[in-house]
Structure formats: C-alpha cells, structure tokens
Design a protein around this ligand. Sequence first.
Ligand SMILES: Cc1ncc(COP(=O)(O)O)c(C=O)c1O
Length: 424
Amino acid sequence: MSEQHISTKALHAGHDTTQTLGTRAVPIYQSTSYVFNDTDHAANLFSLAELGFIYTRLNNPTNDILQNRLAAIEGGIGAVVFASGTSAISTGLLTLLKAGDHIVASSSLYGGTYNLLNVTLPRLGITTTFVDASDASNFETAVQDNTRAFFVESLGNPKLDVLDLEAISKQAKAAKVPFIVDNTVATPALLNPIKHGADIVIHSLTKYIGGQGNSLGGVIVDAGNFDWANGNFPEFTEPSAGYHGLVYHEALGNASYTFKLILEGLRDFGGALSPFNAFQIIQGLETLTVRIKKHSENALELAQWLEGREEVAWVNYPGLESSPYKALADKYLPKGQSGIVTFGIKGGFEAAKKFTDATEVFSLLANIGDTKSLIIHPASTTHQQLTAEQQADAGVGQDLIRLSVGIEDINDLKSDLENAFKSL
Ligand SMILES: Cc1ncc(COP(=O)(O)O)c(C=O)c1O
C-alpha cells in the first residue's frame, strides 16, 4: 500500500483496533500502573529486555496511540508526549544538554520559551545566543565549541517569520548539533520540518492539534536521523549512570533520544500527559487538516481586509503579497499559512488596548489555535516582562495586536472587528 496522506493518518495511525477490543474510538486507559505477569516479567520490563507498560509517568496505552500517530504524521521514528508544550521543550533540552553547554536559538520565539532559554537555563549553566534567524549564516557565526543544539520556531509566535529551515539545517549539520524545530503554529498539516532537515520537532498540542482550547499537552517527535555518536554527546555513547550502565547508542541506535526522553526525561522530570488529555487531543488531531484549512482561509481573508482599513498602520501575515516572508511561505507553507495574524493600530499602545477590549466574538485571552477566535495585546500581557529591545527582536511593538483567527463565519469576524474600530 502506498504511503497514506496526513488526513488519513490523523484518523487511523497508531491505533490497532484488535488491541482495544475492537473499539473504533481510541479508549481512555485511565490507569496509573499495569499488572505484571510475574516477577520475571517485571524484571524484563525494567531492564528493557521486553517492552511494555510499567507506570503511566513513563507510558500509557492511550498516550502511546497519540505518540505513534504524531510520529507518523510528522515523519519521525518515534514520539513522546508531555503534560504541556513547555514541558516538552524543557524536558527535551534537559535530556540533551548539561551545564556548560550552549544553544543557538532564533530570537523570534514564544515568550515562555524565550524566558526558559534566556533566564532559567542559564541558572543551570546552559546558555543561549539568540540570533536573527532570517539570515541562516547568523547561526554559523554564533556557534561555539560547546554548542549542542539549534532551536527555532518554523513560524515564529508572534513575529510570524517563516524560516528557511533547509538553510539553517545545513548550518546545524556543519556544527554537528541537532536542529530542533517548534512547529506549533505551522502544524504538521501545513509543514513537516523533518522533510526540510529538522532532527527533532516539538509541538504544543494545546494549540491547533488539540484545537478546541480544552487540554494542555506537548510532544517531541524524533526524526531518528541524528548521529548521537558524533563525539559531541558522550551521554549517548558512554554507560549511563542514570540507567544502570545502559549505553544508549549501542543498545537503541537511532531511537536513542526517544528512549532517553522516556527513561530519564519523563522518569526524572515527571511531565507526563494525562491519558484523559491524550484522548481529548486525539479527538482534535482527527480533524486537524480540515480545521487548519478553514483557519488559514479565514486568516488570509481577514488580513487582506485589515490591509484596506485606514485605522491600521500595518498587517503581518505570511500569505499576504506584502509580507517579507511570502516567498518562504510559498516554499514551506503552500497549503496555507495557519491562523495567526498580527497588525499595528494607529494610536499605539493605548489604542491597541482599547481595540482589544472592544471585541466580542474574539475572546481576550492568552492562547492560540482554538476553533474560536482569540485576541491579545502582547506588549501589555505575554511580552510585558521583556525589555523594549527584546520585544523588538521578538517582533512585538507597542501597537501590535495578535489575532488567532478561528473557524467562525468570516462575516461575523469582520463585523466584530468593525465594531471594535468604531470604539476607537
Ligand atoms: C510556539 C509555542 N511553543 C510552545 C508553547 C508552549 O506550549 P504550552 O502552553 O502547551 O506549554 C506555546 C504557547 O503559547 C507556543 O506558542
């Protein structure tokens, strides 16, 4: 059978109905632990001589179906789910890095991730150089002897910069470090970073994949291509003190990182996804391709409409002809550019706040990727803790309003914004 398309995989991949009593829907296995056949069986599971379920902090049958489905959709060899996107990012990095290591990252990142790299990880001795990712050669310039990872967002939140993943991946290969791509805003329905050279793909499942604004979750997908034995990662090639002398690369080959995320990352940091949330996220994932098409259509139409408004100073959406990222969007996001639109309002900070307070269909809240339309003024909320320079690097001006365009009727969205303009 030929390789299935993403919309088919989103409904079927990872679920063998003969293993779930024939249930057509993926069941929720709401159990913390699993009965062993006998002590030998238990010993084999703990020593990895046999694979199976031990404890839900490490794995769970519902979570496992979600993991296998996401790996299939992103084109990876394995995936591990987490309690949130942030848990996926922090555990993913801490499983890979140690004190003294260095990251090169795009400066255009979700504010929480920026803070993790800029403030929290340095406290543990892991530092980051932030670069303007629109020029891939900036990554090469920032590489140090101790650089061990590149980190970017394929479609930056909220700058909406589309990155040239292939060019950055070349720099990562030259530096012999894994290229980690947060693909949350683009979604796997519009872009598969592994096809463009990513080694590790991360998602906040809280956003478009869950899609209904009801459950937090995160995932790391491992492409299985990175050479952990290249000399830069002794934790993969020397006996692990954390797992009774296991030499990951020898025992697990290209699945080393996936297993390390479970055996050490989830075991030690504990950011496991609740099976109930996994179930909810599976419901969302099944309709992702249909929803993201509508999100993208509504966002493009609204961005074009905003461009024609005299109250608006500028509009940023990668699908607009006026966008500096249009050529990259044509290459990397030809099926649609997702649902986030940002624009600047004439009148700056105060006008932006007033406008944001006046919408009714657009809910004022700190999330993206819901079926319902959302609005926020980042300078006074999500990005308020950054300096003016950091805000500028992240693409957050005082006048910027971020819309997460939902799948409502486009005319209702336009009239809601029309009313908010009238309130100014
Ligand atoms: C691009 C991106 N990555 C990661 C996260 C963090 O995800 P979570 O809120 O699920 O922890 C967010 C949250 O807004 C995000 O926008």
